[in-house]
Ligand binder design. Sequence first.
Ligand code: E4P
Length: 215
Amino acid sequence: MQIFIDTANTEEIKKYYEMGFVDGVTTNPSLIAKENNKPFKKIIQEIVSIVNGPISVEATADKASEIVKQGIEYQKIHKNIVIKVVMNEEGLKAIKELNKKDIKTNCTLIFSANQALLAAKAGATYVSVFVGRLDDAGNEGIQVIKDTTQVFKNFGIKSKVISASIRNPIHVIESAKAGADVATIPFDVLDKMIKHPLTDKGIQKFLDDWKKVKK
Ligand code: E4P
């Protein structure tokens, strides 16, 4: 399973990209808005200069024609940019048009396997299932990942399933077991995935014992 980092903060991206496990980045308007008024284009330019992999940038227009225009503009920033398009009627039309122009898309705000199927049929490169928000609403987010990966497998659908809106390390491992192609993970969850109290205890013991060894 590929790991994307779900943030627009370049310090967080740098920190984890250096560790070698980050394959790409996803942003959204809310994540960009957290970056203290830093200009949008500057943020994206910095991210593409750090990470050599797919970087999702969300189109914010309502109408399909406007989404397509934004998509073409964003793609000019860097070839690795993937256009995030919301899951609705206009979004589906835009995905179809962007696909015709060979521009990669990530259909976002997906909450059912049916939505994922339609986005894939429209030509989405990625479909982002919001696992955490489903759980928050009393649904089973991971079940939607399982359903989507099964449907895509049954019909040889090439769109990649992103497990998004990840809230904890269990979401990550359950997404991997369910066959998600990608998990896009916020920095605090990545931090929890790296650390384990028994690892820290083990490191301390090895260091203490090493001090006792005659050198
Ligand atoms: C996906 O690409 C989104 O950026 C993200 O996972 C949304 O997660 P949230 O529910 O934590 O806002």
